[in-house]
Design a protein around this ligand. Structure first.
Ligand code: BES
Ligand code: ZN
Length: 687
């Protein structure tokens, strides 16, 4: 009886997680607010597209199990919860409230996450909420524009008044122009600037968008495949790689340039030279005493070995023979003291291991060695030839050899004088290479969206994921835009950089060659490097880290959001990645040009958390063939390459049509003069 009465009355329990928005509360928020949300010690980034998962715990002291109904809301932010949760007597039940931080959130929507649990059991006082979740937003950066001077996320009179003042000061009364007096009050005041800032603010409040359906539909996997097969065939024919200054790279550039030319692009071949350390003629290693022996393929030249011709006695330096069972159990030449009895002018016989090779070479040079012969350490995995590295400033000849050769020489040295002949000829040569840059004469040449991908590989392999994949994406977007006759308000430029793998040299050459005006015309750079990693993670360049480098410019945040937003609409989560200086975006960021991009991962192992979101294999490298000979077309995940090419196409088109969101970058001219009447009169510099 009592139970049925209980069943007839509903019980509502509301948990309000009071998420104070601080100064934002009650005001209109700029769209795309980012910040940090803390709930019960958990921290979430609240950038647009972020997903907040909050675990709510409930318990019941009822004697019966029941399914309670659950509702949740966070203003207009969508929250997902299970429709019902089963509560078992004396046990805690948990469920997850998932909130998607939306793009386009306005007002004070998400001040509170409210979770409501209703029990169908009548009269119960005994379903209690165990969790007492408290949360609040910290921070409050937003993806918006610079007109928000007090950085509260709202463009209002406080923000525009300084603009009005500066404007009035700049033009003076005598240059008053009624056309600027938008409220027709007879003076240019805050209300006028508000009107303009409002228009701009409105633009800032919307991420760039475009109908990219036709362009995306035109991008076919088969075409991406054709480009990568062409690059792979070039590498195969040219010694296995497409590294800067090689024939493989030259032919890759020809391929890209031909495709673009045939599609109607104006293609610029920009030649420049890079300094390259090289072995100029084969090195020589010979034993002259106690017996003669000429070595052939048992030695190699250290990277950055100096040049020289030396005939001298060989002297052993703190060798350990046999070596310990573990690698690096020896320390030959690691300490200056190892050279205590060393006779200047001798050749140092050093065993690999225990410290880095340049240190050993530097110690030998300091002790007056005429040359260095370093042999492998001797454990099973350290028997054969190895690639040695010296320092450029140690100008003596340095050769590497096998453990067997070293061990024999050490024995001979212990028996009597051993005389060796060593010769190396190395040097730095200037080698020509080229960037390929293409555009169509469509759109405002002062508003350039620059898409880039590096075209060079490392010498270890053909570089199909790194970075044939980015090249194929950028190339195919260019080809299809031309084929479809896409017209854009802004200029889209496509660049294929050389010499990225040896220090971002191609993009650096390009930036160095630009005039100030040409550099300022580049509104933003989209960089694509590695888009097809087989065990991929969908990485988007982290705009926060890039903004920090730029000194707080919010644009990279917006570029990040543009990518994230597109993928979020497809229901695909992304991970923000601090890209550091590892690819060509860094060149542009350093030059003050906002940059963003996509990336699918190198040899780093995928975490379990990443596998849960992106699929694939936890614990395995995202790209097992990164910088290796196996980076072929067999090393491509075609699905993610197709997806990211389409994503890149969409964001390119969006910015190509509308860079209002990037209007306010420092030192830049306003992007849309028609919405910016002040700029047309005298080019005021406000930033
Ligand atoms: N594609 C790689 C790695 C990469 C991709 C880094 C995207 C950052 C963003 C790139 O070509 C590479 O190997 N970079 C070098 C540094 C470069 C300056 C020589 C690296 O990361 O070690
Ligand atoms: Zn790369």
């Amino acid at each position: 009886m009592r139970l049925s009465r209980r069943l007839s009355t509903a019980l509502a329990i509301a948990l309000v997680l009071s998420l104070s928005l601080g100064s934002l509360a009650g005001k209109r928020q700029a769209v795309g607010q980012t910040g940090v949300l803390r709930l019960d010690g958990q921290v979430w980034q609240t950038a647009p597209g972020a997903v907040i998962r909050h675990t709510v715990t409930i318990s019941s002291s009822l004697a019966v199990s029941e399914a309670v109904k659950v509702w949740a809301e966070a203003g207009s932010w969508p929250v997902e919860v299970p429709a019902t949760v089963v509560v078992t007597p004396r046990q805690k039940a948990t469920f997850v409230a998932t909130t998607h931080v939306p793009f386009g959130a306005t007002d004070d929507a998400a001040q509170a996450l409210t979770v409501t649990v209703r029990s169908a059991v009548a009269g119960s006082r005994s379903i209690g909420l165990v969790a007492s979740s408290r949360g609040r937003f910290v921070g409050g950066r937003y993806v918006g524009c610079r007109f928000d001077f007090e950085a509260d996320g709202v463009i209002d009179v406080t923000d525009v008044a300084p603009l009005a003042e500066r404007f009035n000061a700049a033009v003076g009364e005598d240059r008053f122009d009624a056309a600027c007096d938008l409220d027709h009050s007879g003076r240019i005041g805050a209300a006028d600037v508000q009107a303009v800032a409002g228009a701009v603010g409105g633009a800032c409040a919307t991420l760039p968008t475009a109908d990219s359906t036709a362009l995306r539909a035109a991008i076919e996997e088969a075409a991406l495949r054709r480009h990568l097969e062409a690059l792979e065939a070039i590498a195969r024919a040219e010694g296995g790689h497409r590294a800067a200054t090689s024939r493989g790279h030259e032919r890759s550039a020809e391929y890209v340039a031909d495709q673009l030319t045939m599609a109607g692009y104006e293609v610029t071949i920009d030649r420049f030279t890079v300094s390259s350390w090289e072995v100029l003629s084969p090195s020589v290693l010979r034993r002259l005493a106690p017996t003669e022996r000429a070595y052939t393929d048992e030695f190699s030249t250290f990277l950055y070995s100096g040049s020289g011709e030396v005939t001298a006695t060989l002297q052993a330096v703190d060798l350990m023979l046999p070596p310990g069972p573990e690698i690096n159990s020896t320390t030959s030449g690691c300490e200056k003291a190892d050279f205590a009895g060393f006779t200047a002018g001798s050749i140092a016989l050093i065993q690999r291991g225990g410290c880095d090779m340049p240190t050993k070479v530097a110690n030998a040079a300091a002790a007056g060695a005429a040359a260095v012969l370093m042999f492998n350490e001797g454990q099973p995995e350290r028997q054969g030839l190895f690639s040695g590295v010296a320092r450029r400033e140690n100008a003596l000849p340095v050769l590497a050899t096998t453990f067997a050769v070293g061990e024999e020489l050490a024995r001979l040295v212990s028996e009597g004088p051993v005389v060796m002949y060593m010769r190396t000829a190395t040097g730095v040569v200037e080698r020509p290479t080229l960037n390929v840059v293409a555009e169509r004469p469509i759109g405002d040449s002062q508003q350039v969206i620059l898409l880039g991908a590096h075209l060079d590989s490392v010498t270890a392999g053909p570089g199909i994921n790194d970075n044939g994949s980015g090249v194929a994406a950028v190339l195919e977007i260019a080809l299809q835009m031309a084929r479809l006759g896409v017209t854009t308000a802004n200029r889209v430029r496509f660049a294929f950089w050389s010499a990225e793998e040896i220090g971002l040299l191609g993009s650096q050459h390009y930036v160095n060659s630009l005039s100030r005006a040409q550099r300022d015309a580049i509104r933003l750079v989209l960089n694509f490097d590695m888009l097809g990693s087989p065990n991929y993670v969908r990485f988007v360049y982290d705009g926060t880290s890039i903004s920090r480098t730029l000194g707080g410019d919010p644009l990279p945040l917006e570029i990040q959001a543009a990518f994230t937003d597109y993928l979020a609409r497809l229901g695909l989560a992304v991970e923000a990645m601090n890209m550091g200086g590892g690819s060509d975006h860094a060149t542009f960021v350093a030059a003050g040009i906002p940059a963003g991009g996509l990336f699918t991962g190198t040899s780093t192992a995928k975490t379990a958390a990443q596998a849960a979101v992106h699929g694939g294999e936890a614990g395995a490298p995202m790209d097992p063939c990164y910088h290796r000979a196996c980076d072929t077309t067999a090393n491509i995940h075609w699905g993610v390459l197709q997806l990211f090419t389409e994503t890149a196409a969409h964001v390119t088109l969006a910015y190509a049509q509308d860079v209002r969101g990037v209007l306010a970058r420092p030192n830049g001219a306003p992007a849309i003069s028609h919405a910016w009447p002040f700029a047309e009169r005298g080019g005021l510099k406000w930033w």
